[in-house]
Design a protein around this ligand. Structure first.
Ligand SMILES: [Zn+2]
Length: 490
């Protein structure tokens, strides 16, 4: 069996005006052809795909086409989109006869002038492979599922957990794909689109309403007629013309059952809409004081500047509050700021520098003038053994001390400071601090060995929890929670 393989993943926040460029993809490695399988044999989506192939017991020749993954951010530049679109077209034209195509995509990527990057890539692929070649697609659970995706795919599988089970989902998708390509199953899809967006604070699948929803999806999969069930609580900062939550149920040739289950899931999600909108975040000053007084290391979640949700990672809101409030402990803050990183590298280790730090990526933020000491400078490339991206490039990387705060100033996003290894790389031990600002609302798993205390700060930004206050222009209206609706159908 010959399978074509493509991975293009990025998650867009429409409220971050900074474009995601090819250089952003390159900082995680853009691979082509056999290089993809050689570089990523056991991690992330490609590793999961290979595990799925092995588990299927079928002899598969993988025709690897292109693999690009960027950190969440603003829309893809037109150049970045064209690059991947061309690779998909030319790669498939040169692939020879295939039995099927596996597309490992995100589902919430937008580009300049394009709201639905995945739909556009699938359209390009379809033009080459024709209407009858089976296509299997994996999506992030923050995907914004569109009609074009449904039209061009035979089976869609979404992540089952938040934080995401990338490897396991890619493996599960691939096992279904091999069966589909061998003609052993007849995937039959029903889907429901909801006029509903909810913020990130209730996105963890380990508790609350999201657990109830995902547990029900898993339960449905126990029915032998069901192939896969995927709720998609969409990326809530993507302002796209088909925006909204979605539910997908795929059965083995049973349309009626698929429709029944998809309807039930839509109703279940809608019935919990107010629970999904419950916030835990507290005002900025209150969050900082509470973190300082806590008995042990605190993760301070910068909800408005979540890099993993698409923000730029250079908000100075928490930094300003920490310096103004005069905390007793020490604080660690990651800051993605290429201009400052380069300036600090030039100044050199030991130098005292005054500069305008951060605040450039989005109009929600403003730079803060600070004076500090350059403690350490390191090269940006780092290997991570326990992360989906095994090698990341942070570019210029500097430990910069400003009073009670140690800043990790980097040129590129890398993993946005969610992993202790990025600090240890420059000689900073995260366990030595009272609080660590984290640019995520969900991905605390790598810090779990250090602490379990987490406080959400209600900060403004492209990923703020108050989504109703954002300047929406493209999503279909009316939409919950911007409008009070009585049905998910709108
Ligand atoms: Zn996601």
């Amino acid at each position: 069996m010959r399978i074509g393989l493509v991975q293009v993943t990025q998650e867009t926040s429409s409220f971050n005006p900074t474009l995601t460029t090819l250089a952003d993809f390159e900082s995680f490695g853009i691979y082509e052809g056999d290089e993809i399988l050689e570089r990523l044999p056991s991690a992330g989506l490609v590793g999961g795909y290979l595990a799925g192939v092995r588990a299927s017991g079928v002899e598969v020749e993988t025709v690897s086409i292109v693999r690009g993954a960027a950190r969440s951010g603003g829309r893809l530049s037109a150049d970045a989109f064209r690059f991947f679109d061309d690779k998909v077209r030319v790669g498939l034209q040169q692939a020879g006869k295939l039995d099927g195509l596996v597309m490992l995509l995100h589902g919430a990527a937008a580009a300049e002038e394009i709201d639905d990057v995945e739909g556009a890539l699938l359209r390009t692929a379809r033009k080459v492979v024709g209407p009858s070649l089976p296509v299997a697609m994996m999506l992030d659970h923050h995907a914004n599922v569109t009609q074009e995706m449904i039209d061009h795919c035979d089976i869609i599988v979404g992540f089952r957990t938040q934080p995401h089970d990338q490897f396991e989902t890619a493996q599960a998708l691939t096992e279904h794909a091999v069966q589909l390509f061998a003609g052993k199953i007849a995937p039959t899809t029903a889907w429901r689109k909801l006029r509903m967006l909810t913020h990130q604070e209730q996105y963890l699948t380990s508790g609350g309403p999201m657990k109830i929803l995902f547990d029900r999806a898993r339960q449905m999969e126990n029915d032998p007629r069901v192939l896969t069930v995927s709720p998609f609580p969409m990326q809530c900062w993507l302002d796209a013309d088909e925006g909204g939550w979605a539910m997908i149920v795929v059965t083995d040739d049973d349309q009626e059952l698929a429709e029944t289950f998809a309807e039930e899931l839509a109703e279940l999600a809608w019935s919990m809409r107010n629970e999904f909108q419950r916030t835990e975040s507290v005002p900025v000053d209150q969050a900082v004081v509470a973190a300082d007084q806590a008995d042990g290391l605190v993760i301070l979640s910068d909800t408005g500047d979540s890099v993993l949700g698409g923000s730029g990672g250079d908000s100075t809101v928490l930094l300003e509050a920490i310096l103004r409030l005069g905390i007793r402990g020490r604080a660690l803050i990651p800051m993605i700021d290429p201009v400052s990183a380069s300036r600090l590298v030039q100044a050199g280790e030991g130098a005292t520098v005054t500069l305008e730090l951060g605040g450039r990526s989005a109009p929600f933020f403003s730079p803060l003038t600070v004076t500090g000491v350059v403690r350490a400078i390191a090269g940006g490339v780092l290997e991570l053994t326990d992360h989906a991206e095994t090698e990341i490039d942070m570019g210029h990387t500097v430990a910069f001390e400003v009073g009670p705060v140690t800043l990790l100033v980097t040129e590129y996003a890398g993993v946005a400071g969610i992993h202790p290894a990025v600090y240890r790389h420059v000689g900073i031990e995260p366990a030595d601090f009272q609080m660590i600002v984290m640019k995520t609302a969900s991905n605390f798993q790598y810090m779990a060995p250090l602490t379990s205390i987490m406080i959400r700060a209600a900060t403004p930004g492209p990923t703020q929890s108050d989504i109703a206050a954002l300047p929406w222009q493209r999503i279909p209206r009316p939409c919950f929670p911007m409008e009070a609706l009585t049905s998910w159908r709108g």
